[in-house]
Design a protein around this ligand. Structure first.
Ligand code: TYM
Length: 331
């Protein structure tokens, strides 16, 4: 692994699914790779989401998404953290890629099909979404893309686009691989069924109010076959233990599972422990977020500095691409 890129949409509150599936890995990779780790807030992607996009709030949400990522541990003085629209080469490369991506490859994308099914009118931006994502990755020639499981298909498409470009114009791009957090590739939502997702409203936000988080945890579905407290429970049948395994030490999880199986403890006790363990992760993030909110110039300056560094790399790739595809160069 030499270079990493990943992105997050500024389309609402960042939740523990984003954190466990993606951001946690970003922080670790950033520590190892420093400036070779590129992370962007993908504001142009957010325009394709009519449910979440509002011109009156996009700028604020973009800023907040950057702030939350910093609060969660991404150090902009080490990694390259920036806003997608501040590096216009992404959209430029994405146009070149649309010209060599078969329509059928885009219409078969699961995320496209799911999102399109929920909309009355389907705009082309939604269809082209993964092409812009491929440009985000390949413009930095990144070889590793830390993401949640839901993005794996888009990364496969990115590989195909890289392969096709290389075949037509000569070896230019690596074929990047998705990197999943093996412990949390797909975090379930608080309903215990669907994937945790902003659009489904089944999330626990990183900065959500403590009382509201406790209410959500208190109502997490139990093992449906455990009717009375005296019944033995199966920890595999409730997401209370799934969540607990994300945040609590292994020995504590194993001991509580044992008790739960023997009907030694009720779910409410486990939920209280889960809440405390979760807050041990979330409290420092909130504290850091509060500090950053007091110093918005620091956040903005960091983003502009990140964009400058990113742009130097992106501009060099674009020059190479323009030449390889045979454009008249303005020399
Ligand atoms: P987005 O904004 O939906 O999500 C950001 C990251 O969080 C992961 N994630 C999850 N992981 C585990 N369990 C969950 N329930 C869960 N929900 C979200 C996502 O997989 C993602 O890694 N298309 C991307 C943004 C993007 C991008 C890129 C990613 C644009 N360009 C280039 C990588 C590389 C997206 O919508 O992420």
């Amino acid at each position: 692994m030499t270079r990493v890129l990943s992105g997050i949409q500024p389309s609402g509150e960042i939740h523990i699914g984003n954190y466990l599936g993606a951001i946690k890995q970003w922080v670790e990779l950033g520590e190892r790779l420093g400036r070779e780790a590129f992370f962007c807030i993908v504001d142009y992607h957010a325009l394709t989401n009519p449910l979440a996009y509002d011109p009156a709030t996009l700028a604020r949400r973009t800023f907040e998404a950057a702030l939350v990522n910093m609060a969660a541990g991404l150090n902009p003085e080490k990694v390259t953290l920036f806003v997608q629209s501040h590096v216009p080469e992404h959209t430029e490369l994405s146009w070149v890629f649309t010209t060599l991506t078969p329509l059928g490859d885009l219409t078969r994308m699961t995320q496209f099909k799911d999102k399109a099914a929920k909309q009355e009118a389907v705009w082309s931006g939604l269809l082209m979404y993964p092409v812009l994502q491929a440009a985000d990755i390949l413009i930095y020639k990144a070889d590793t893309v830390p993401v949640g499981e839901d993005q794996v298909q888009h990364i496969e498409l990115t590989r195909e686009i890289a392969r096709r470009f290389n075949a037509l114009f000569g070896e230019t791009f690596p074929e990047p691989k998705a990197l999943l957090n093996p412990e949390a590739p797909r975090v379930p939502g608080i309903d215990g069924k669907a994937k945790m997702s902003k659009s489904l409203g089944n999330t626990i936000g990183l900065l959500e109010d403590e009382r509201s988080i406790w209410e959500k945890i208190r109502h997490l579905p139990d093992d449906p076959q455990r009717i009375r407290l005296a019944d033995p429970g199966d920890p595999e049948r409730t997401i209370v233990f799934t969540y607990l395994s994300y945040f609590a030490p292994k020995e504590l999880v194993a001991a509580l599972k044992e008790e739960y199986r023997k009907a030694g403890i009720g779910t409410l006790v486990v939920k209280r422990i889960l809440f405390e363990e979760l807050m041990k992760t979330l409290r420092p993030i909130r504290e850091r977020a509060e500090e950053l909110k007091k110093d918005p110039d620091y956040v903005m300056d960091a983003l502009l500095e990140g964009a400058k560094r990113a742009r130097a790399v992106a501009a060099a790739t674009m020059e190479e691409v323009r030449e390889k595809v045979g454009l008249l160069l303005p020399t």
